[in-house]
Ligand binder design. Structure first.
Ligand SMILES: C[S@@+](CC[C@H](N)C(=O)[O-])C[C@H]1O[C@@H](n2cnc3c(N)ncnc32)[C@H](O)[C@@H]1O
Length: 284
């Protein structure tokens, strides 16, 4: 991807919603050294914690080249036209007004500079088949997808972001004024197959169990119910399908324990890139 994006031509990068900079630590070595880096995040915690891993990953880089600042993606505290590359990863999906953030990212990008955003379609994960799906009725599969679609739309209506924004990103890039727009897919899937012993598979299984045990994420009954109802689901629909999903989860856990569960895992993450156009020369 670095070659496709011609990252080696860039010697400055801003990562918006940088978190712990997992994403920008991957990109940084492909920039033209010595490269300037700024990580921006709304949460003071990440602004405080991100520099440690970044500096440890690149001990040879002068600390003067690295900065971490607190700021909102919709009002980025950085000057116009000041970066060769601007990026974000799984950030726009959390915003009520993602286009406002893209316009801000465009503003700080220099003309000719590269914008890269990585965002998912998380709804697709609920359509990925697994080794138990063949035993489900068509009606149950459709009902359960309807449940997640309503949850998803309820969340958007509540201003909590579009977790499938990846599908819309190329259009948003065009609206923002970016050119040379290109779309690629990440090559990593959330697969599960016996004996489930890779670190990635173990992390996935632990995440699922942790959500269930702490009634969080998809098992936060109250939150999920609010979103399903907000998007037109009825209380009886919610109760029926939530119970079905709990049962499905238990069947999957039993199959995992028996070593019979498998899925390629769905998982769609889009890598969308574009360039800020150069000003048109005025020959008058
Ligand atoms: C899923 S994490 C991104 C992880 C990050 N890309 C990485 O590589 O580690 C989302 C990040 O976006 C930040 N964020 C959410 N809303 C934001 C906003 N409006 N402005 C700036 N950062 C925001 C969160 O604090 C969080 O660090």
């Amino acid at each position: 991807m670095a070659a496709r994006w011609r990252l080696g031509e860039a010697s400055s990068l801003a990562d918006i919603g940088c978190g712990l900079c997992h994403w920008s630590r991957l990109l940084y070595p492909y920039l033209r050294a010595p490269a300037r880096f700024v990580g921006v995040d709304r949460e003071p915690r990440w602004v405080a914690e991100a520099p440690g891993p970044f500096r440890r990953a690149f001990p040879q880089v002068s600390p003067d080249l690295l900065a971490f600042v607190q700021g909102d993606a919709t009002a980025i505290p950085l000057p116009d036209n000041s970066f060769d590359a601007v990026t974000c990863q799984t950030v726009l999906m959390h915003l009520a007004r993602p286009l406002d953030a893209l316009r801000e990212m465009f503003r700080i990008l220099r003309p000719g500079g590269l914008m890269v955003c990585v965002e998912p379609n998380n709804l697709w994960n609920h359509l990925a088949f697994n080794s138990l799906t063949a035993g489900q009725t068509t009606e149950a599969i459709v009902r359960q997808f309807e449940f997640w679609l309503r949850y998803h739309r309820g969340k958007i209506a509540a201003g909590q972001g579009d977790h499938s924004i990846g599908d819309l990103l190329p259009g948003y890039f065009a609206q923002t004024g970016l050119t040379e727009i290109a779309v690629h897919l990440a090559d990593r899937a959330a697969s599960l197959f016996p004996p489930y012993d890779s670190p990635a598979q173990q992390a996935l299984l632990q995440q699922e169990l942790q959500w269930m045990e702490s009634a969080a994420g998809p098992w936060d009954r109250e939150e999920v119910c609010q979103h399903v109802l907000r998007a037109g689901g009825t209380a009886i629909f919610f109760e029926t399908v939530f119970a079905e999903l709990l049962e499905k989860f238990q069947r999957e856990q039993q199959a995992i324990a028996a070593g019979t569960f498998s899925t390629a895992g769905g998982t769609i993450n889009y890598l969308v890139s574009g360039r800020k156009p150069l000003p048109v020369a005025d020959h008058s």
